[in-house]
Design a protein around this ligand. Structure first.
Ligand code: FEO
Length: 170
């Protein structure tokens, strides 16, 4: 049986991951409206990954007979003033999620819940990758975003991102 606090944090995290998917779909909508379909693709793939994160935590809770409650998903703020603002919001959001994952890990550590810690190891690594990806995107936008031809090529590059199911086996 999962510790009550660990279970509650995991349950909340399901909602946060679905919110992340919602947020990235809002980013994709923005870039689609801007005519940058490669960026839109990149965030659509990202949204699929976020949905996977939610589903993995849901499955983990189910595997441990922990009851799950779904609550309303917040509305993402979509009042973006520039391409860069969207990218920066993405990085800020991933840092926030890293903090949430770390909090769950700390709660599991406190009660010697090694199984949950092992489950979360994948998420800790994943958060590192997501922060790196978001940072790299900002760097590229800084370098190429102000030149239309370069922005076009960057958009083409991002159009090549494809979805791959998570490697984590529960
Ligand atoms: Fe599920 Fe991007 O964190």
């Amino acid at each position: 049986m999962l510790n009550e606090k660990v279970a509650e944090l995991l349950n909340t995290q399901i909602n946060k991951e679905f919110y992340s998917a919602y947020l990235y779909l809002a980013f994709a909508n923005y870039f689609s409206d801007e005519g940058l379909d490669g960026f839109a693709n990149w965030y659509n793939v990202q949204a699929q990954e976020e949905r996977d994160h939610a589903m993995l935590i849901r499955q983990y809770m189910q595997n441990n007979d922990a009851p799950i409650t779904f609550s309303a998903i917040d509305q993402p703020d979509t009042n973006f003033k520039s391409h860069m603002e969207v990218l920066e919001n993405g990085l800020e959001h991933e840092r926030y999620v890293t903090g949430l994952i770390n909090n769950i890990y700390a709660a599991a550590y406190d009660v010697k819940d090694f199984r949950t810690m092992q489950f979360l190891d994948w998420f800790v690594k994943e958060q590192g990758e997501e922060e790196t990806n978001a940072t790299d995107l900002i760097k590229k936008m800084n370098l190429f975003g102000s030149d239309p031809k370069s922005l076009y090529l960057l958009d083409q590059e991002l159009a090549a991102r494809t979805y791959a199911a998570p490697s984590l086996v529960l």
